[in-house]
Design a protein around this ligand. Structure first.
Ligand code: BGC
Length: 762
């Protein structure tokens, strides 16, 4: 064993220099965790161990026993709204502040990397871990994840985008192969990651458990090196998900720098023998070890960033503000909300006093405190508040009809006696978690029975929901007011009271569609797959892209959310240049109280040459306006965001032509619409004998040439091929290799060969 000079200050040298002075054994140690949550120290080289830990909506630092399933306790930390809720704020400034607060708590606990944000796409409502993810849309996921990452990293702490990639279910999660075509893979599942990586250079990214098209993400050189580093320019470290590496040398070759957690030396031995046997180049190991050293260097430098001590009260206040901006007011007939504080209220439902505010699994943290809605409502009201649990959270399997009926009767009586009833419904904690998927999207039957009974007793009924994965709302037509709370974090109870009494004005919007029925959802027939494979048969049609393309009725559309005030949109203007689209729209608060509008811009390309959703969200902004105030909002859609993935070129392409730009308050409440001409990228795909006449006609090199010779050669009576109705359409599908046999086309073999050759040069 040889060690060369020991750098006195690790921050000073380059990581490559540091690694050059290490032994093979030390390098093998560095690329595997030393404990459940720490990297290996190499004392001789002055490399300290650093701690990485969950994430994503608060810090889960385990001081005692360690696990990755949320079984053991962690030190108290602020539980901010999980991504399902925070995403609904559509508010990147807020998300960045939340990230910064988590970063601050991490600094106080000597944690170098927070394992989050989670940013997988919600492909199916059934994914047990949807509460940890932002959206069914890659723009929303990418923007929110970037904001949280910026916040965390502003504190000198690293973030870890996870789970890279296409980890959209929990069933069979450590083995299953997500079988995805190139377009959805790029346009839906990788696009948000691409956005966040390019925008923030996260210190780390976490590979997912699953395979993609047959290769483990943790061992996929295409994913971890070609796409992530070469194409997107990622400069950070790739860490595995916990126990997510099947073959350590293969993972190193793919570009997975750090395997977590320790596996008792098994991986180190495998690495050493692979280097010995020539299966693993030492240079490859050096590169990965250097990235671990770079991460340690970043962490040492980060520890020098000046930060203030964190104040649990201040962070609780931020958690409350975030929760209030995250809940979505789905419905509010006859302005039933906000409540009048002088009125009497029947508060019904166990969740009002036993809140569900975060999901189960590795993200489950120990909050500094928890606000329940019952206490907060009682404090906010000057009228009588009467509580009635309405249903049990435990033991509902043995639904003892008599006990449920008794609870229901008591709740009905409370509702009847009060001016208004507020029912807190939701999913019990055991219904959804990391590690398994749901089988349905229904609320428990006794809760649905309770709504019906209460509504009959008092039509002035408000429903407040707490759950992580989307649920069907069979009562949506009848119940006049519904507040979708998702999981709102530790201050969700007080934030709910703020919203119900109007001290906060709702501004959250749905980042996922609420379907009428599970059977309408895009992945319904292809979830969760079988025999280790799940086929993403819906392709690019995920979320609202699917419901819109299929013209399906939904319960509440993507982007929907009401306010206690109202907004008007006017004067939309759009221009297009090399940088992309520039939009201007005037938003006016037409109501009588301050509020926030989430302006959403959707773009479509009718008549596209490729399959497309009718519209895709391409930009959004949160705007705060006083009553009566107007503001001109400017939005930019970067040119690359207009591109689709061209499978022939294996690259992004902007299709030219008329694009429809619509701005509004949801994907199905578009208030202003206009069209804009976009210049397309020149697409010059090399032709072959298998290319069609249509391909050759639209090719920039051969098109003009063929056009002329065809026009001369193909004549039908008075018409040529371009004017004779239907003729061109019949000929377009002719492969070039076979058209030479069709003398009437005037394209003999030699000419075809020449044309093909012209497209293959350069
Ligand atoms: C999860 C990760 C988490 C890790 C460490 C895994 O089970 O998939 O998201 O960061 O455990 O707890």
């Amino acid at each position: 064993m040889t060690t060369s000079s020991t750098p006195t200050d690790l921050r000073a040298g380059t990581a490559a220099d540091v690694v050059a002075g290490l032994t093979l054994e030390q390098k093998a140690d560095l690329v595997v965790g030393a404990t459940f949550w720490t990297t290996a120290a190499v004392d001789e080289a002055g490399i300290p161990a650093i701690m990485v830990t969950d994430g994503p909506h608060g810090l889960r630092k385990q001081a005692g026993a360690a696990d990755h399933l949320g079984l053991e306790n962690s030190v108290p930390a602020t539980c901010f709204p999980p991504a399902v809720a925070l995403g609904s704020s559509f508010d990147t400034e807020l998300a960045e502040r939340v990230g910064a607060a988590i970063g601050l708590e991490a600094r106080a606990e000597d944690v170098s990397v927070v394992l989050g944000p989670g940013m997988n796409i919600k492909r199916s409502p059934l994914c047990g871990r949807n509460f940890e993810y932002f959206s069914e849309d890659p723009l929303v996921s990418g923007e929110l994840a970037a904001a949280v990452t910026r916040g965390i990293q502003s504190r000198g702490v690293g973030a870890s985008l996870k789970h890279f990639a296409a980890n959209n279910q929990e069933h069979d999660r450590m083995r299953t192969s997500s079988d995805i075509d190139p377009r959805p893979l790029r346009e839906i599942y990788l696009r948000g990651f691409e956005r966040a990586v390019k925008a923030t250079q996260p210190w780390t990214i976490m590979s997912s458990y699953n395979k993609i098209n047959g290769t483990y993400a943790s061992q996929d050189p295409w994913l971890l090196t070609e796409v992530l580093r070469d194409q997107w320019g990622f400069e950070g470290l790739v860490v595995s998900d916990w126990f997510g590496v099947a073959d350590r040398p293969a993972a190193l070759r793919a570009g997975l720098d750090l395997e977590m957690p320790t596996n008792g030396g098994v991986s180190q031995e495998r690495v050493l023998s692979a280097v010995g046997a020539g299966e693993l180049a030492e240079d490859t190991l050096n590169a990965c070890a250097a990235r671990v050293v770079e991460l340690v260097q970043k962490s040492l430098r980060g520890a020098e960033t000046e930060v203030e001590a964190w104040d649990p009260e201040v962070h609780h206040g931020l958690a409350r503000e975030a929760a209030a901006r995250s809940a979505v007011l789905l419905k509010n007939d006859d302005a039933l909300l906000p409540l009048n504080p002088r009125n009497s209220v029947a508060v019904i439902g166990e969740f009002a006093r036993t809140p569900r505010y975060q999901g189960a699994g590795s993200s489950q943290i120990s909050p500094t405190r928890v606000d329940d809605a019952l206490t907060a409502l009682t404090e906010a009201s000057s009228g009588e508040v009467r509580f009635s649990p309405g249903f049990r959270l435990e033991g509902v399997e043995e639904t003892a009809g008599a006990q449920d009926a008794e609870l229901r009767a008591e709740a009905v009586q409370a509702a009847r006696d009060a001016d208004v009833a507020v029912i807190f419904l939701g999913l019990p904690a055991a219904a959804e978690s990391e590690g398994f998927d749901r089988e349905h999207i229904d609320l428990p039957a006794e809760q649905l029975a309770l709504v019906d009974a209460v509504l009959e007793a008092n039509p002035r009924t408000v429903v407040v929901l707490s759950h992580g994965g989307v649920v069907a709302l069979p009562f949506a037509e009848e119940v006049p007011a519904i507040l979708e709370g998702w999981l709102l974090g530790q201050a969700g109870g007080s934030a709910t009271a703020d919203l119900l009494y109007g001290t906060a004005n709702p501004s959250g919007r749905l980042t996922e569609t609420i379907p009428v029925r599970l059977a309408d959802s895009p992945a319904y027939l292809d979830f969760p797959g079988e025999h280790g494979h799940v086929r993403y048969g819906e392709g690019i049609f995920v979320g609202y892209r699917w419901y819109d393309a299929r013209q399906l009725e939904v319960a509440f559309p993507f982007g929907h959310g009401l306010s206690y005030t109202s907004f008007a949109h006017s004067a939309l203007q759009v221009s297009s240049d090399d940088a992309g689209l520039h939009l201007q729209v005037t938003v006016t608060n037409t109501g009588d109280r301050p509020g926030r509008e989430i302006v959403q811009a959707y773009v479509g390309r009718p008549g596209s040459a490729v399959a497309r959703a009718p519209r895709e969200l391409k930009a959004f902004a949160a705007v705060a306006l006083d009553a009566g105030e107007s503001h001109t909002v400017e939005l930019t859609v970067a040119r690359e965001d207009l591109a689709h993935w061209d499978v022939r070129l294996d690259d992004w392409v902007v299709e030219g032509g008329e694009h429809v730009v619509a701005v509004g308050a949801s994907s199905r409440d578009l208030r202003q619409e206009t069209t804009v001409e976009v210049s397309g990228d020149e697409v010059a795909v090399p032709l072959s004998t298998e290319s069609t006449l249509g391909d050759a006609l639209t090719h920039p090199v051969t098109g003009p040439l063929i056009h002329d010779s065809l026009q001369q050669a193909v004549q039908v009576g008075e018409d040529d091929v371009f004017s004779a109705e239907g003729l061109l359409r019949m000929l377009e599908s002719f492969p070039l290799g076979r058209i030479s046999g069709f003398a009437g086309a005037g394209l003999d073999r030699e000419k075809v060969a020449q044309l093909i050759a012209m497209t293959q040069q350069g």
